[in-house]
Design a protein around this ligand. Structure first.
Ligand SMILES: NC(=O)c1ccc[n+]([C@@H]2O[C@H](COP(=O)([O-])OP(=O)(O)OC[C@H]3O[C@@H](n4cnc5c(N)ncnc54)[C@H](OP(=O)(O)O)[C@@H]3O)[C@@H](O)[C@H]2O)c1
Length: 255
């Protein structure tokens, strides 16, 4: 199949491109770095011409409320406008579990807007909603740090390794459209504070993690149900947090 991966140079996109190429598909990794821009429209019509499947794994460069909303709306509209005349048969996006339950978060409102555009487009689609990626734990710690203290909600997440996310996106891209939502999550729930505490301990980082039920994450307070799967049948990744931590520390020298 000819498959276009928008954001095909990103964390998830680059792995999906590699997986699909290994399976023998004809894959275009589309992003500003390869001359395809869903905001300006540059290279978009040429990229999707003749494609059966488009997988949208682009992310916004600015996560502030207005820019992130503008990014996902403009990008989504331009993609749909290019895909309709090209006759694309399946549009896949990667959204976030809980996006529809946390309207105080500007980023999550933007993901809901992206989902709504896809649902209304008339193009057959699958929305994959994922939990947080393990790979963002360092960034989460950084954004919640004040001096030597990291203040975080103890609410449960069920985070997942990017490798497992990429495997699920690859599987969905080669299946018929669900015209609905599927959920993917990591193998076990873990408190957000505990997730970061274990990461900092593994890196011998002296910062202290303090649980705070009012601490905001992407602009919103959390409870144990906010960001964990809502359906009965999420696809669970195989890589545990312990395994991921061990592997990622082996790749990067401990500070
Ligand atoms: N963070 C989470 O835990 C989480 C959870 C669930 C879902 N998601 C979603 O997963 C998706 C992928 O995230 P990621 O972490 O893999 O992203 P990432 O590593 O930040 O990569 C972003 C990609 O988007 C591309 N891009 C940026 N602006 C673009 C534009 N105007 N036109 C086309 N492509 C553009 C980038 O291209 P260049 O390399 O050329 O700049 C890059 O390939 C996102 O939609 C995100 O919302 C994230």
């Amino acid at each position: 199949m000819k498959i276009v991966v928008i954001g095909g140079t990103g964390l998830i996109g680059s792995q999906v491109v590699a997986n699909l190429r290994r399976q023998g598909h004809q894959v275009t990794a589309a992003s500003p770095n390869t001359g395809v821009n869903t905001i300006t429209g540059e290279g978009l019509a040429q990229a999707v011409a003749g494609a059966e499947v488009v997988v949208d794994l682009a992310n916004a460069p600015d996560f502030a409320d207005d820019p992130v909303m503008a990014f996902f709306k403009t990008s989504g509209r331009n993609l749909m406008a290019a895909e309709k005349p090209a006759g694309v048969k399946h549009h896949v996006i990667l959204s976030i579990i809980g996006a529809d339950r946390l309207p105080e978060s500007g980023y999550l409102r933007a993901k809901v807007a992206q989902e709504d555009l896809v649902k209304a487009s008339g193009i057959p689609y699958t929305i994959i909603r994922s939990t947080q990626f393990f790979e963002f734990v360092g960034g989460i710690a950084q954004s919640a740090t004040d001096g030597e203290t990291v203040r975080l909600s103890p609410a449960h997440l069920q985070p997942i390794a990017a490798e497992d996310v990429a495997a699920q996106v690859t599987r969905v891209a080669t299946m018929p459209p669900a015209n609905g939502v599927i959920e993917i999550a990591g193998p076990e729930p873990i408190g957000l504070d505990e997730l970061v505490r274990r990461y900092l301990a593994a890196k011998h980082d002296p910062r202290k993690v303090v649980p705070d039920i009012h601490a905001r994450y992407f602009g919103t307070e959390l409870n144990d149900k906010s960001l964990t799967p809502s359906g009965d049948n999420p696809h669970l990744g195989a890589i545990s947090y312990e395994t991921w931590l061990r592997r990622s520390l082996a790749q990067q020298p401990v500070r």
